[in-house]
Design a protein around this ligand. Structure first.
Ligand SMILES: [Zn+2]
Ligand SMILES: [Zn+2]
Length: 257
């Protein structure tokens, strides 16, 4: 009721404008039209990977499914982007393929490295996860920075100094001295074995990574869908001795950087 149940989507805008860059297209994308003053979405959607919870909002995004929408969709490069997306969004799974959405849509791959997207400097890096190529992103603009690592299984790269998972170069680069690190927080330390099995991290790892990278604020994101608001907030309360402020991500939480 407070945190919300939609899946991953983060909207970024500059100078008080409407959002032009979206990170992931989970069902949280249904909240984006309210930020667009009744207008269409004109911008870029960058996906971390293609798991359902990161793409299933795509066909249910009214601001992107209208004649005056202009959308560029980028996913971690892997063959023909539209064809790969259409394996999950297309008959018999869904009545139309992504190119059946109204407006002007383009579909492409993004490679690791530095990119200029919608006026933002975007750094893409491949991170360990399970079941498909997965990127994390760092977004910078006018001296402000945000790192986005929703699905990140660091144990795929080793145990790390404390058994929580490797602080591998990609994660440290993306999160290095960042203003805000938005990190997956689906699993607690007690659920560590399941986290590793599912290719995710624990909240304790998120704090350890934020600490080592020098992140100035940690936002716990991608909550376990079965948890209550109180349970999510109780997890955050156990992190009160973290060296940076820890915030529980909730739908429509707005951060001014
Ligand atoms: Zn995933
Ligand atoms: Zn996910």
């Amino acid at each position: 009721m407070r945190v919300g149940g939609h899946t991953s989507c983060v909207a970024l805008s500059t100078d008080g404008g409407v959002p032009r860059l979206l990170l992931d297209a989970g069902t949280g994308i249904r909240r984006v039209p309210a930020l667009l003053d009744g207008g269409p979405f004109r911008g870029t959607i960058v996906l971390t990977h293609l798991h359902w919870d990161h793409v299933q909002g795509l066909p249910f995004f009214p601001a992107g499914d209208r004649d005056d929408a202009e959308v560029a969709l980028l996913l971690p490069a892997q063959g023909d982007a539209l064809e790969v997306l259409a394996r999950g969004m297309g008959p018999p799974h869904f009545p139309i393929t992504p190119d059946g959405l109204r407006g002007s849509w383009t579909f492409g791959g993004i490679e690791p490295g530095d990119h200029e997207i919608e006026g933002f400097h975007v750094t893409a890096a491949e991170v360990p996860h399970k079941g498909g190529r997965t990127f994390g992103y760092r977004v910078e603009h006018a001296g402000a920075s945000l790192a986005y690592l929703p699905d990140h299984g660091p144990k795929g790269c080793g145990e790390g100094p404390d058994g929580l998972g490797a602080r591998h170069p990609a994660a440290l680069t993306l999160a290095g001295d960042v203003d805000v690190l938005v990190h997956g927080a689906q699993f607690t330390l007690a659920e560590q074995a399941m986290a590793a099995d599912f290719g995710h991290a624990t909240v304790d790892y998120a704090v350890a990574l934020a600490t080592e990278a020098g992140a100035r604020r940690l936002v716990l994101f991608h909550h376990a869908p079965g948890r209550t608001d109180d349970q999510v907030e109780a997890i955050a309360a156990t992190l009160s001795d973290a060296p940076m402020p820890v915030t529980v991500a909730a739908e429509l939480l707005s951060l001014d950087l």
